[in-house]
Ligand binder design. Structure first.
Ligand code: XMP
Length: 505
């Protein structure tokens, strides 16, 4: 495996994803505490950072003790390595941000093998290495900086100023392959098929004849996790799918049907009334999220108690949820509390089994394909745990849910019919707490406004609105206003994240 030590760069997860794309297993750990490298550790990557190595209290670690392994320092990581060996790092007058071209490549070095002069790389730094320690050699520069890449003499230790993990570094993948595969000699055995085989075996050993209960949501993660556990222990997996009254139109029935088709043992629980009652009169977004989370736990707990002798709770947690984030600019603030089943294990006194907690989202999909899960589950857009509850602004009533379900269904079906669904990362409709005047026939109307939202994104952390064709938007708006009683105006959300978020609440 490859160990990635995180100094707080926004790109650290991308490094891991690029390494995984080479079918090489890697782990991210904070620079301040990470597991001792062992016989399986083939190399170490040091990430970038928003800090400057010259800052007082800048992230630091005892690098010397890692130097028996191959090391690749990226940006801050490269500067830290150079500085600790006696080199000089200086603050440049201008931040260098964007594309640059590699010049003067010393191509006989393995790190840049098959990468040509002029190769485009992505820079994002304020500091520059101005002087290298004696036993360091420059292997590439650019027009604006003297040290774009270096190597330590006689050791497989390298530093690069640019970011190979960003796709704008056109040979970034080749560079990472050179390091990870050729220099470190890491095995390329991190594939979906091998993952499935190993995980099923490990689950069998871990779970034995124990019973596992698991809440399904219809989403990719919980479906793939359940399928893996099901392959391992069969009917000892008990799944529960709760209708919280905030699902999309016909979603409860359709998802249950898919699960049954997959051979899972699933109980559908209609708990709509519990949720509506708890939400009555609540308008604050955080209050609504908390109420939905609380009722879910109550309902799930009640249902799980009808199964005898359950020992485990299965969850679809994925790697980004468990990577410990490094906060070098003070504690990060909670923008929204993401409520799904947090708090369940403690309350139920169950041990937790999370077969996907080492996988990124795209890897979960690959595993899903290896398990032959249908596209209609694997290709689904993400849908938030609190469902339409956070897309109905203000208080929630069953009537409003019905209106929004109709609008959402027209929008999403339209995307599918026009082959736009797969181009969009997530789409949905929002019911605004606003009425506007309209005219239908000869009548004045005074009805609700809905907003449509469609975004592209990689992981939900940043997003951009999709430039849907005007004809499609016009057609969708017409259908919504003509068919959904109570709505007389449709708007399209053209905000990116940041500064907006994907959901309105
Ligand atoms: P925001 O609105 O924060 O959303 O830009 C980012 C992504 O997260 C989803 N989301 C949630 N998912 N429980 C979830 O499982 C939640 O409470 C929750 N809130 C937002 C949102 O749909 C988007 O994909």
């Amino acid at each position: 495996k490859i160990l990635i030590l995180d100094f707080g760069s926004q790109y650290t997860q991308l490094i891991a994803r690029r390494v995984r794309e080479l079918d090489v297993y890697c782990e991210i750990h904070p620079f301040s505490h990470f597991p001792e490298p062992d016989e399986y550790t083939k190399g170490i990557i040091l990430s970038g950072s928003p800090c400057s190595v010259m800052d007082e209290g800048a992230p630091d670690l005892d690098i010397k003790k890692l130097e028996k392994y191959p090391i690749l320092g990226i940006c801050y990581g490269a500067q830290l390595l150079a500085k600790k060996h006696g080199g000089t790092v200086s603050r440049s007058e201008h931040r260098e941000y964007g594309r640059a071209k590699l010049a003067h490549i010393n191509a006989h070095y393995d790190l840049l093998k098959e990468i040509e002069i002029g190769s485009q790389v992505w820079m994002s730094h304020g500091d520059t290495i101005t002087e290298l320690p004696e036993d360091f050699q420059i292997i590439a520069n650019t027009e604006s900086i003297p040290v774009a890449a270096y190597k330590v003499e006689d050791k497989p230790i390298y530093g690069i100023q640019f970011h190979p993990e960003v796709t704008h570094s056109l040979d970034g993948k080749a560079l990472l392959r050179n390091f990870v595969v050729h220099i470190c000699g890491a095995a390329q055995d991190w594939t979906a098929d091998i993952f499935v085989e190993n995980t099923v075996r490990e689950l069998q050993e871990k779970l034995g004849d124990d019973k596992v209960v698991m809440g399904l949501s219809g989403g990719v993660d919980s479906s793939v996790a359940a399928t893996l556990i099901h392959q391992a222990i069969g009917k000892n997996l008990y799944c529960i799918f709760v209708d919280n009254g905030l699902l999309r139109k016909n979603e409860f029935e359709q998802v249950l049907e898919s699960y049954e088709g997959m051979g899972l043992n699933v109980k559908g629980v209609d708990a709509k009334e519990d949720f509506y009652k708890a939400l009555e009169g609540l308008t604050d977004p955080e209050d609504k999220r908390k109420a939905i989370g609380r009722v879910f736990i109550e309902v799930f707990d009640r249902e799980a108690h009808t199964i005898k002798d359950v020992k485990w709770l299965g969850q679809g947690t994925i790697y980004p949820d468990v990577i410990e984030s490094v906060s070098v600019n003070g504690p990060s603030v909670t923008i929204k509390s993401h409520h799904n089943v947090g708090g369940l294990p403690e309350k139920m006194n169950l041990k937790v089994v999370e077969p996907l907690n080492l996988l990124f989202k795209d890897e979960v999909r690959n595993v899903g394909r290896a398990l032959e899960i249908t596209d209609n589950i694997l290709g689904r857009h993400p849908f938030p745990g609190p469902g339409l509850g956070i897309r109905i602004l203000g208080d929630i009533t069953p009537d409003k849910v019905r209106i929004l379900q109709e609008v959402d269904d027209i929008f999403i079906s339209g995307l599918k019919e026009n082959n736009l669904y797969d181009e969009v990362w997530q789409a949905g409709a929002v019911l605004l707490p606003v009425q506007s005047v309209g005219v239908m026939g000869d009548e004045r109307t005074y009805e609700q406004v809905v907003a449509l939202r469609a975004v592209t994104s990689l992981d939900g952390m940043t997003a951009d609105w999709v430039h849907l064709p005007y004809e499609f938007l016009a057609d969708t708006s017409n259908k919504i206003i003509n068919r959904v009683k109570g709505v007389n105006r449709v708007v399209y959300d053209i905000s990116s994240k940041p500064p907006a978020t994907i959901e309105w609440e």
